[in-house]
Write a protein that binds this ligand. Structure first.
Ligand code: ADP
Ligand code: ZN
Length: 712
């Protein structure tokens, strides 16, 4: 079974190996079992039902809540040469009849439809006359009444269990919390289903949260390093969306607005452009997102604070579905807290509900002020333990400093108290640093004992301190009045000197702007010297996409283009090795992309390859393992091994530098090659001796090194 699945994976989808739990899930469903799959966005859920669909006889029925998503998947399957169709309201009665005919004749392998369609009695009757391979229920959390995406029609999908008792069902979702999970099992009657829970970490996303200083400038610095990439900028209000989009356009960034206040046509036109064009920035409220399947969203930027960790995880999660390096960036400040707390206060709902929302907001604030690894903290919120700091977030990279703020914090609290608990941060800071302003004099605050006691800190440091006091709930915001600060009960231990307070040391504003994206890899997806060829490949992809009326990523995802760029195939058989190039796409597009890669103005190509080789040798000498080098250079390990073998052949590296193998095993492998007397045996012969213990790439390397050394 798995062997067959492997073949489908390579031949149809063009991929070399399954990811994470895909193989186990596919085996379960293909052999007729039910499955509940919890996997983060970009984890590769689609293959979990598409491969079994191709392995089992009959029609696979896929339930999906959004027409846009269906069309996207059908187009993708179409490009792969798989007979797929979507049944939705955009089809004319004529087209529907035609589709029914094809279904009856068994000419369709996968049928996508909305839940309300599927559960129509006539539809169910019709399906019962067909041979059904499986039911896949995508976005299964839509069955949960607690979630944001509740779809009442999903409730009726439970009856599939009784109507089609022998047809395997697989439910998939990227929502992991326990309550939703149990609801899915209950309502979809999946009590007997095997459960597959993946880690919800998104390792390719780099998280950064910066204090808001001058948000537009900070945003531009961030975007400036990511020109040409597609991304989403989230704002809280419609007005701010419009203003920000207009501002970005003025500044030469291609931005579009999206929010519920826009006319339906504008919204769908903007969404269409975002999906089909490259490098557009969507400035949006949270109305934009659900059903955005665009895999190469390179960044998500928040100009306003999301109201919960759940929202933050979901919104940032729209970046990097394709697994390539991506950024989640946010600027947040005191004003965000005021705004959200106000919204919460004024929202409808009972006290209990408000308390829950308040806790959620507090957790979000804690993430913002977190001094340890952001990823550890984010995952911990979802009950997942990450043993080590990730090394791939701002806090890990910048090594955030903390400082003992006990004394200044008490001065700040005292300033709040002595001025009568009604002023905002601006005035309080003026009092602390002893600024002679009109407001200070009007209220006689220069006579207070706290006036000027805080000269040792800068205004910037005081603002940072107040923000953190509010975030930690040591100070409250007066929401009924003008947003002045008040002491809260929880500040008493601090005032009485019973506890100490450690706070985060914000980076200086200048450094913040500069390092807003520094050290983060997404902007370096393509190196400067590769850009020309990269653009040529993208141009060809755009042209083909337009010809086929599909988004560019349906032709090839960025990861495939990137691998072409790095591995420089020169023949169709080499092209077939590139991940994401299946049989059908090879046939359709192989030649065209080879032409670009090896084409007329090929000056660029050899140089890129040389640079890559050079870099690879330096990285290996620096002690990186092949896997790490693959990550660094963004290409497959297979390619790294073959480049390493070349370098070994030129004796630019030693085996110890090139490989990550225990010394004993390395000796064993060398001996196996040298046993042949005079002639080195082919890799396949030695491979048979070691089996999966030693990857084939390693054998190629050893052989190349020996050949060079003994001039064989
Ligand atoms: P999800 O639905 O979980 O968000 P998708 O099914 O859209 O994720 O997959 C995300 C991306 O990863 C797609 O571009 C898909 O083709 C790719 N992908 C999935 N599985 C594999 C695999 N085994 N090898 C290579 N790429 C894969
Ligand atoms: Zn980290």
């Amino acid at each position: 079974m798995l062997e067959q699945a492997q073949r489908v994976l390579k031949d149809i989808f063009g991929y070399d190996s399954f990811r994470g739990r895909q193989a186990a899930i596919i085996e379960c469903v293909a052999s007729g079992g039910d499955a509940l799959v919890l996997m983060p966005t970009g984890g590769g859920k689609s293959l979990c039902f598409q491969v079994p669909a191709l392995l089992r006889p009959g029609l696979a029925v896929v339930v999906s809540p959004l027409i846009a998503l269906m069309d996207d998947q059908v187009a993708t399957l179409d490009e792969l040469g798989v007979a797929a169709a979507a049944l939705n309201s955009t089809l004319s009665p004529e087209q529907q009849r035609e589709l029914a005919g094809r279904l009856r004749r068994g000419e369709v392998k996968m049928l996508y439809l909305a839940p309300e369609r599927l559960v129509q009695p006539r539809m169910l009757e019709f399906l019962r006359t067909l041979d059904i391979a499986l039911f896949a229920i995508d976005e299964a959390h839509c069955v949960s009444q607690w979630g944001h995406d509740f779809r009442p029609e999903y409730l009726q999908l439970g009856q599939l269990a009784e109507l089609f008792p022998h047809v395997p069902r697989i439910a998939l979702t990227a929502t992991a919390d326990m309550r939703t999970r149990e609801e899915i099992v209950q309502r979809l009657h999946l009590q007997g289903a095997e459960r597959f829970l993946s880690s919800f970490d998104r390792p390719n996303i780099f998280y950064r949260i910066v204090p808001k200083e001058s948000p537009r400038k900070q945003l531009m610095a961030f975007l400036g390093e990511r020109r040409g990439n597609a991304g989403i900028v989230y704002c809280l209000s419609r007005k701010k969306v419009d203003e920000t989009a207009a501002f970005l356009c003025e500044q030469g960034f291609p931005a579009l607005p999206y929010h519920a206040g826009l006319a339906a046509e504008t919204r769908s036109a903007n969404q269409h452009r975002f999906l089909n064009e490259e490098g557009l920035i969507m400035v949006a409220t949270i109305a934009f997102g659900m059903g955005i399947d665009k895999p190469n969203v390179r960044f998500v930027a928040h100009l306003d604070l999301p109201k919960s960790m759940e929202a933050y995880y979901q919104e940032t999660g729209r970046a990097g579905r394709d697994g390539l390096p991506s950024d989640a960036w946010m600027a947040y400040g005191l004003q965000d807290m005021v705004m959200l707390k106000q919204m919460l206060q004024n929202s409808e709902g009972d006290e209990r509900h408000k308390r829950i929302e308040q806790h959620k907001l507090d957790a979000m604030l804690a993430l913002c002020e977190e001094t340890r690894c952001r990823r550890q903290s984010l995952l911990a919120y979802f009950d997942e333990v990450l043993e080590q700091p990730c090394g791939h977030c701002d806090n890990c990279v910048d090594q955030v400093q903390t400082w003992d703020a006990t004394e200044p914090a008490r001065q700040a609290l005292s300033a709040v108290y002595r001025t009568g608990q009604r002023y905002g941060v601006g005035h309080l800071v003026d009092v602390l640093v002893g600024k002679d302003t009109e407001k200070v004099r009007n209220f006689g605050h220069e006579k207070l004992s706290v006036f000027g006691v805080g000269k040792a800190l800068s205004e910037h440091e005081w603002r940072s301190l107040f923000r953190q006091l509010v975030a930690r709930g040591l100070v409250d915001i007066d929401l009924e009045g003008y947003g002045g600060l008040r002491l809260s009960d929880s500040c008493r231990p601090l005032l009485r000197g019973e506890v100490n307070l450690q706070l985060r040391r914000d980076l200086k504003p200048q450094t913040v702007a500069k390092s807003s994206g520094g050290g983060s890899p997404a902007s370096q997806l393509v190196r400067a010297e590769e850009r020309e060829l990269w653009e040529a490949l993208r141009a060809l992809r755009r042209k083909l996409a337009a010809e086929h009326s599909v988004p560019p990523y349906v032709i090839f995802p960025d990861s495939t283009l990137l691998e072409m760029l790095r591995s420089q195939p020169t023949s169709l058989s080499e092209m077939a090795q590139v991940s994401g190039v299946g049989a059908r796409k090879l046939e359709r597009y192989g030649e065209a992309f080879l032409d670009v890669l090896n084409g007329g103005e090929g000056e660029e190509a050899p140089k890129v390859v040389l640079d890559l080789r050079h870099e690879l040798v330096s990285l290996a000498r620096a002690g990186m393992t092949p896997a790490q080098i693959a990550g660094q250079l963004n290409c497959s390990e297979k390619n790294v091994y073959s480049l390493l073998a070349e370098a070994l052949g030129r004796q630019e590296l030693t085996l110890e530098q090139a490989l990550d193998l225990p010394e004993e095993l390395l000796m064993e492998v060398q001996d196996a090659f040298l046993d042949g007397e005079g002639e080195l045996p082919p890799v396949a012969t030695v491979s048979a001796l070691f089996g999966p213990r030693v990857p084939e790439g390693v054998l190629h390397c050893v052989r190349a090194a020996l050949a060079a050394e003994f001039e064989l």
